[in-house]
Ligand binder design. Structure first.
Ligand code: 5RP
Length: 251
């Protein structure tokens, strides 16, 4: 059964275009978040209609639960071994197809799955397309052990990169810390702009208490941007981005 008219048409258009890339026999990675959920529903509908034989790995417990509830069989990444295609959402996409991910606190598993895929396709609505990453606070998954020390080391790294004086806030749900599927905590780095994502990624990865940051650099092969009118725009790396496609500050 396909999805109702209550689904955001831009997300639905992107999800449908990505699902059209799926072929019988493929090994798939399934992303996390609201756009990825639309995609999982579309995938389940196609599998039911066409009897596709797929092997799927999920990037979060939430996605695994949704997929299984819709009749998709989920296996672990290690059972499958290597994936043909991962389809996931993103919080920001820049013209190089660098991404910020982790708005759903799942970027660690998402990165592990994307790294084990021949192709990563991102699906998003136009609000996610930006010229420069950083308006969306960068999620960093950190160990609970030495949490405040890790926060200090992150602040020090931001100072070194002249990104200091920015909020580095623990993500909470209500008054409780958000705990990831791997049992870690999340710090959100409110940077406004990330002029050099490669340098920041390197600096964060060098901090021992950092488990994984939400910068996905050079991992995404294709971004499919759905629009309200049901059409999509496909962005390849370094493609010129239409000004209408860019998220505007303050929106
Ligand atoms: C989860 C993610 C999501 O893909 C990202 O937050 C986008 O989510 P949504 O489609 O709900 O906007 O990275 O960790």
């Amino acid at each position: 059964m396909s999805q109702s008219s209550q689904v955001d048409p831009a997300k639905l258009a992107a999800a449908r275009a990505a699902i059209a890339l799926v072929e019988d026999g493929m090994k798939l990675g399934l992303g996390t978040g609201s756009t990825a959920s639309v995609m999982v529903r579309e995938l389940a509908a196609r599998v039911a209609a066409e009897g596709l034989n797929l092997r799927c790995a999920a990037t979060s417990a939430a996605t695994a639960e949704l997929a299984e509830s819709l009749g998709l069989r989920i296996e672990t990444l290690d059972e499958i071994g290597w994936l043909d295609l991962t389809i996931d959402g993103a919080d920001e996409v820049d013209p190089q197809l660098h991404l910020i991910k982790g708005g759903g606190a799942a970027h660690l598993r998402e990165k592990v799955v994307a790294a084990a895929s021949d192709r990563m396709v991102v699906i998003a609505d136009p609000s996610k397309v930006v010229e420069t990453l950083g308006a969306f606070p960068l999620p960093v998954e950190v160990l609970a052990f030495g949490f405040e020390t890790t926060r200090k080391l992150i602040r020090r790294a931001l100072d070194t990169l002249e990104l200091g004086e920015r909020d580095v806030l623990q993500r909470l749900k209500g008054s409780d810390p958000v705990v990831t599927d791997e049992g870690n905590l999340i710090l959100d780095l409110h940077l406004m702009q990330i002029p050099d994502p490669v340098a920041l990624a390197r600096a964060l990865s060098a901090i021992p208490g950092v488990v994984e940051h939400g910068l996905f650099l050079g991992m995404c092969n294709l971004a499919i941007i759905g629009r309200e009118d049901g059409t999509v725009v496909e962005l390849a790396r370094d493609a010129e981005i239409d000004a209408d496609m860019l998220a505007h500050e303050g929106e």
